[in-house]
Write a protein that binds this ligand. Structure first.
Ligand code: KG4
Ligand code: ZN
Length: 335
């Protein structure tokens, strides 16, 4: 079978469309980023995000079809992120997908954004080697979730953040350090010149009793207390602070993930979501985990539609279809 799925993703601040063949081959992958638009607000401004999605969604979908050298008649399905995400942003993608489903007589599939991140690992050259059970860590701007994945579409949530998501902590601390938005990549790079042991920030919930849950708000407060001791950002030891903060986040993510891999006899550890682009996290995870560690290629770590197409393929091939009454669900849960 040769299944071609057009996938659309507009859950936050990237307008994205992609065409995926058989769940594993990327025929096209277009991402129009709004990062510059939101940088002056220091974060995503929902009204501005949805308006920009409306402006560019048609061009992004056309480009994805053009890059794939396909016409709409060559498609088998149109898939779209239905949540979690910003309601106004999700609606733009949903309406576009429904419009195409009606006009082109295509089946429609709504996909969970987190499941999309999880399936970004099936777009790597390693995909044929993937065996269950897996431990999958999803670390993004909105989520820090540790899953045991026992089969396609079968997840058990082992732990999640009790407060801030890891990416959110990176973004907030980036702001405290006077770094540009988004804070994650900025801290990743600033840390190159820093000493991670100059400031020893607290490791979140390392004690027993919290199982596999995470917490980053105490760490953020500790960084804030430290930065408030400097009269201006100009005299802050930004590189050391960034490296110290990053080391604390990475330590707690890696420690819990490694323990889960042992407890559940995982064949491999998968890390997905925007924070999986972090080089210190990739390094330490590979060092501390005994089984293979897989991360998506950099371009598939942050939000994209290729991952939505990969997740959609598994649902499509099992016969799932959604009706035109499909709606967005801003707080959609995976399990
Ligand atoms: O998955 P994503 O694009 O969007 C959500 O679904 O949230 O993740 C965005 C998050 C942001 O918080 C960003 O700062 C973080 O991923 N991020 C990073 C890096 N690249 C992106 N965090 C740490 N290190 C990075 N290199
Ligand atoms: Zn995401």
């Amino acid at each position: 079978m040769n299944t071609r799925i057009l996938a659309i993703e507009t859950s936050c601040d990237e307008t994205a469309a992609a065409v995926i063949a058989d769940g594993v081959t990327i025929l096209s992958n277009v991402v129009a980023s709004q990062t510059e638009l939101h940088a002056r607000f220091g974060g995503v401004f929902p009204e501005v995000a949805s308006r920009r999605h409306v402006e560019v969604i048609h061009a992004v979908v056309d480009q994805a079809m053009h890059d794939a050298h396909l016409g709409f008649d060559d498609l088998d399905c149109v898939a779209v992120t239905r949540g979690p995400g910003l309601v106004g942003s999700l609606l733009v993608g949903m309406n576009m997908a429904k419009g195409l489903a009606v006009a082109r007589n295509l089946p429609l599939l709504g996909i969970n954004h987190i499941e999309g991140h999880i399936y970004s690992l099936w777009l790597t050259p390693d995909a044929p080697e993937i065996r269950f059970p897996l431990i999958t860590l999803v670390v993004s701007g909105g989520h820090t979730d540790l899953y045991l994945m026992t089969d396609h579409g079968r997840y058990r949530l082992l732990g999640a953040t009790l407060d801030d998501a890891a990416g959110e902590a990176f973004d907030k601390v980036g702001r405290l350090l006077g770094l540009p938005y988004p804070g994650g990549p900025a801290i990743d790079h600033a840390s190159d010149k820093g000493n991670p042991t100059t400031f020893r920030f607290p490791r979140a919930v390392m004690d027993a009793g919290h199982g596999y849950d995470f917490s980053f708000s105490g760490l953020k407060t500790a960084v804030m207390r430290q930065t408030s001791q400097y009269h201006s950002p100009a005299v802050m030891p930004v590189a050391d602070l960034a490296a110290g903060f990053q080391a604390a986040v990475v330590d707690s993510l890696v420690e819990k993930t490694a323990a889960a891999a042992v407890e559940f006899g995982a064949t491999a550890v998968h890390v997905a979501g925007g924070v999986s682009a972090n080089r210190a996290l990739r390094r330490l995870m590979a060092e501390r985990v005994a089984v293979p560690v897989r991360v998506p290629p950099m371009a598939l770590c942050t939000d994209n539609a290729a991952m939505i197409g990969a997740a959609a393929h598994f649902h499509f091939s099992r016969g799932r279809r959604d009706g035109l009454d499909l709606d967005v669900t801003p707080s959609l849960q995976l399990v």
